[in-house]
Design a protein around this ligand. Sequence first.
Ligand code: ASP
Length: 358
Amino acid sequence: MENELSRRSFLKSAALASGAGLLGRDLSLGDIPLPTRAPNPKPLAIASANGLAATAKAMEMIAAGSDALDAVIAGVNIVENDPKDMSVGYGGLPNEDGVVELDSSVMHGPTGRGGAVAAIRNIRNPSSVAKVVMERSDHVLLVGEGALRFAVAHGFKEENLLTDEAREVWLKWKENLSTEDDWLPPHDANARDIGERVQKALRLHGTINCDAIDLNGNISGCTTTSGLAFKIPGRVGDSPILGAGLYVDNEVGAAGSTGRGEANLLSCSSVMIVEYMRQGKSPTDACLMACERIARQTKELRLKDDNGRPKFNVNFYAISRAGEHGGASIWSGSQYAINTGEPQSRLVDSAYLYKREK
Ligand code: ASP
């Protein structure tokens, strides 16, 4: 009932508020339909393509009665703990100083609460810390040293997150960073082209976003990452910023992102995707609209190819309250993970704005 606020009663209370001088001007909802409660919740979990295990875990917990937020955090914890995924948590690629700094956000639909940490060091599960920020502080976002101290105060264990494998990748980057510094890869006297940047050969981006609907029809989401590899220490991407890397509205749906965080920070696409869905767009169309918006907003020539298209990629994932799911990327070739209760999750192709040649 509480969700069945009719357009008429909303307009009436808006008119009353306006009459009392609270709004000061006439607010109109235009043609935006007001949300209604999904009649039969359709539990599901989706994630970025590295979330096959995460979505399977989340749905296993949801089937057993878990709240969607606990389920998605347990799902992404698997990826955070996996040293083989060098884009998230333990084993994530470090910043330019060789130190791993993690970003994460969570958002809980039914209570409308959220929490986040950014540039946190030495804690392998930033998503779990983000939930404690939400539950045990009056804040939404803690960063750096303060986030670490908050985590330690709540019993999180400090550890070195840099695995030997990630350190080797960082060392290789450092050694090839510039032709004008003293860091060089091993080479013999005849070697040419020493010091050329090898970034293209390295995986520079990666993150997991996971969003789910539970048996009660409640929606939650989480995004967690080690961010851009070899970033300037202190750099924060879109993942821990509610509205950019993640957004949940229990009456509409959820959206999250991976890819070039700087582009998404300038467009706050997750909140836009949720708003597009509120206006009646499908999750896929809403994600595509966000991609189009980023392409239009990208003005700097250094970021555009000869045809004026962004050189970078951003991927979006979304679910609606009715249980639809979708994903879209600026460039073709992306997929996302989906589970609606099966033992194994599957990958689905994302829609895209531009098709990659070759
Ligand atoms: N969006 C993340 C960031 O910019 C990285 C990624 O997803 O690749 O930090």
